[in-house]
Structure formats: structure tokens, C-alpha cells
Ligand binder design. Sequence first.
Ligand SMILES: [Zn+2]
Length: 195
Amino acid sequence: MRGGFPEFRLGSVLATSFTATLTERQGDAVERIPTPQRLVDWLAVNGLAVDSCTTAQLGLARELRESIHAAATAAAIQDALPASAVQVINDRSVQGRAAAVLTPEGKRRWQLSSASRVEDALGVIAADAISIIAGERDGKLALCASPTCRAAFFDTSQSRTRKWCDMNTCGNRQKKARFTANQRKNSRPAELPES
Ligand SMILES: [Zn+2]
């Protein structure tokens, strides 16, 4: 917790870092951008700094987030993409007016059309989502093995066998749960019938 708000879960992929602002979707969901200011904070950490954000813009951001989640989940299980989600992703992408600029150090930086254009930042995120869902990047969409999570994540491991959206949280918890279950099984008296 920072300033009373849950910490961000940042990964190396912009679109799935964004969908990870809502975690434990299948359990006790944790909203990590509960206020417009927290979205401003998240965007700043991800190289998309804006001055301010309205409640309506936060609403747009969450709508985009859930649309990316829905489309990425469908892509991960090779299902048809939900039309409404595709529409939202495309609308955000089309309405964004951010430009990629090259810094003197050879890094890419996003330049928004104005400092209050949350829509431009959302356009960058939408375009990132399009590139992974369309299979344009090296990696594969998969669903987290944690039953309380099931987040769609982008697996860039060599073998494409990553199981969890995040090793430090879902991965660790699953390992601990399995360890506890094994301990229980092993300590069960031998004469009890298997149920
Ligand atoms: Zn997970």
C-alpha cells in the first residue's frame, strides 16, 4: 500500500501491465486505479505522464482496460474476439493522438498532443494491446494458472510455458498452496480411506 492505495503491478508489456491494475479478478478483486489521481500516477510510471484526469477519463480508461482483458482472454484461449471489446480498443486507438519521438539517447518517448490528453495515453495502450492480440510481437497470450486470478498475460519466455501472470505474487502463492496441500496429504493417517 502506498498512500493508502494498493501498489501497481508492473510488467514489461504495457497493455497487460494496464490490465493488471485490476487483480484477483476471479477472487477478491483489487482495484489499483481507484481514483483519477491513481491513473495519473500509473501513466507517469509508464512513460505517459499527464497533468490531470477527470472521472470521465478514468471511466474511459477502465472501459478500455476491461475490453483489453476480454479480448486478450479470448485470444489466449483461441476464442472469437468479443465485438464490443474490439470496438472499444479501436475507438481508443483511433482517438489517441500521441506521437513516438526518438530521444538523443536513442530511446522512444511518447509525446501526447496536450498534457491533459488522457485519451492520447489510452491510444498508446490500445495500440500496444492490438499489437499483442494480433500476434505482431514475439510472445504468446496465456491465462494465469491461479484460479483467483486468470489474468491474461504475454508470455515471452523461450519455451512459452510460463504459468503465472506474475512470479512474485500468483506464482509464489500457488507454490505455497501446493506445498501446504502436500503437507496435509502426507500427514493424513494411512488407514483412512481416500475420499
Ligand atoms: Zn495471476
